[in-house]
Design a protein around this ligand. Structure first.
Ligand code: FAD
Length: 446
């Protein structure tokens, strides 16, 4: 049987490894971190468990649902979604509900409503023109522009509209909740009852229970999942990758599947920098005395009154993630690797403590017990203008390597969700088993 080496133990790499190892392939998964799960891993500090921001399974893809069910079995709970947005110094349901609309300043309400009927079309492929066409200037100015600029550190006019197409999908994730234009938003807002959507979460532990079960399955099927290791040399011969070296360890390769950042691979192959950048985040995992002060599992913060973009409360996903009488809040601050926040996130702790109060999440700072900071690289692909051509070029160049496949969110530069990475991996496993072309593109689909 073939030797399949998979770089990266996120949900994509592990799903593929699990499926192939079950079919008798010799599978080795190499992971640079000390834990599996990638972006869907969790951190445990005594009795507290935190994921990387809010993480839950939500999909209508029956193939993926069946796979999640096969892996998690009985260890799953279904939870009604409750998400919010902090605007004008108050919490509102997201998507907005009638009672929230009336909390907006009257001028904003009036202008946003008027623009639903008077909005004019702007040409162009930028995020800015896309959002202005859909939501008009008022909602763009009060929410989308500051949120995006604060989040991505890039001006909306320099951002490709693909970010909006994927991003709005991400924010509202549930297909039943359509907010694809001001009118949609109004319809959703004025519905007599909020639309109920549910998501899945492990009944014990954090979201990484899923990845841990996959890794366990791979090992039971005689595969290997090796942590704290990363390729340092990629040896090629006659247009194929034949060996990976991780320090002194060597791994023979019949087929290499790459789920780590593309620029790491091009660097190892001595190719030019593809010019693709990823956003990083610093997660401030805060332990707080007492119950949560609101019911939102996660909440977006668009304005400049806070440094952070989003908060999430793990115990509203599963009560098993916090000790009794306490709760955790994960505060996400986006940054770029190497910038001031990335180098010294500690310096932000005091400001963030204060902003937790400003953002209505704790009464005073004395209820904050401890803050744990985790720096996470490569969290989001940055869709700046021109990224599509650069991505196409690098994929064409990598496509010359006969036994190489790119997979997953980070490996294909796709702003996706776990269900998409799982689906991609399931499809790739079927293709490998049936002997179909390795060159087939497992591209992002917007
Ligand atoms: C804040 C946040 C919230 C999210 N919320 C949700 C949600 O609610 N629901 C949902 O479905 N999805 C959510 N997602 C998306 C989801 O996390 C991803 O779609 C999914 O985890 C991607 O898995 P992957 O295996 O494709 O990529 P990754 O998880 O990025 O896996 C890549 C792996 O490669 C490893 N790696 C990197 N470099 C190297 C190297 N040189 N050598 C070896 N290994 C390396 C990484 O450590 C990582 O383990 C969220 C993402 C973020 C960032």
């Amino acid at each position: 049987m073939e030797e399949v080496v998979i770089v990266g133990a996120g949900v994509a790499g592990l799903t593929l490894g699990y499926k192939l190892s079950k079919q008798g392939y010799r599978v080795t998964v190499l992971e640079k971190e000390a834990k599996v799960g990638g972006l869907a891993r969790s951190f445990q500090y005594d009795d507290f468990i935190f994921d990387i921001g809010p993480h839950r399974f939500h999909t209508e893809d029956t193939k993926v649902l069946k796979f999640i069910d096969d892996i998690l079995g009985q260890n799953v709970i279904s939870i009604p979604r409750m998400s919010g947005v902090w605007m004008f110094g108050k919490f509102h349901d997201w998507p907005l509900r009638p009672r929230d609309i009336f909390k907006f300043p009257i001028k904003v309400m009036w202008h946003a409503a008027l623009e639903m009927f008077t909005n004019t079309h702007r040409e162009g492929e930028t995020f800015e023109s896309y959002i202005l066409n859909r939501y008009g200037e008022t909602l763009y100015n009060v929410f989308f522009e500051p949120y995006t600029e604060k989040f991505l550190h890039i001006k909306p006019k320099d951002l490709h509209r693909d970010w909006a197409i994927s991003g709005i999908d991400r924010a509202v994730i549930d297909k039943k909740v359509s907010v694809n234009s001001s009118l949609d938003l109004l319809k959703t807002t004025l519905l007599p009852k909020p639309i109920k959507t549910e998501f899945l979460y492990p009944s014990y532990g954090g979201i990484d229970v899923f990845a841990e079960l996959l890794a366990q399955g791979i090992r039971e099927n005689n595969g290997q999942v090796i942590l704290n290791t990363r390729p340092t040399v990629v040896r090629t011969q006659e247009g194929k990758i034949v060996e990976l070296q991780c320090g002194k360890q060597k791994f023979e390769v019949d087929h290499l599947v790459w789920t780590a950042p593309i620029n790491v691979l091009t660097d190892l192959l001595d190719m030019a920098d593809p010019g693709l950048r990823y956003l990083a985040i610093a997660c401030f995992n805060v332990e707080i005395e007492g119950p949560p002060r609101h019911d939102y599992q996660w909440c977006y913060f668009g304005g400049y009154d806070t440094l952070f973009n989003r908060s999430s409360i793990p115990m509203l996903f599963s009560p098993a993630t916090a000790p009794e009488g306490m709760h955790g809040i994960c505060i996400e601050v986006s940054c770029l690797e190497g910038d001031a926040c990335w180098r010294n996130p500690d310096a932000l702790s005091e400001v963030l403590k204060f902003q937790l109060r400003v953002g209505g999440m704790c009464e005073d700072t004395s209820c904050i017990r401890r803050i744990h900071i985790e720096r996470i690289p490569n969290t989001y692909p940055i869709y700046d203008m021109g990224f599509q051509q650069r991505l196409k070029n690098v994929k064409a160049e990598l496509g010359q390597v006969a036994n190489l496949s790119l997979l997953g969110r980070t490996g294909t530069f796709w702003y996706n969700n776990m269900d998409h990475s799982i689906r991609m991996a399931l499809d790739m496993a079927e293709d490998i088993v049936s002997g179909q072309s390795r060159q087939k593109s497992y591209d992002r689909k917007l």
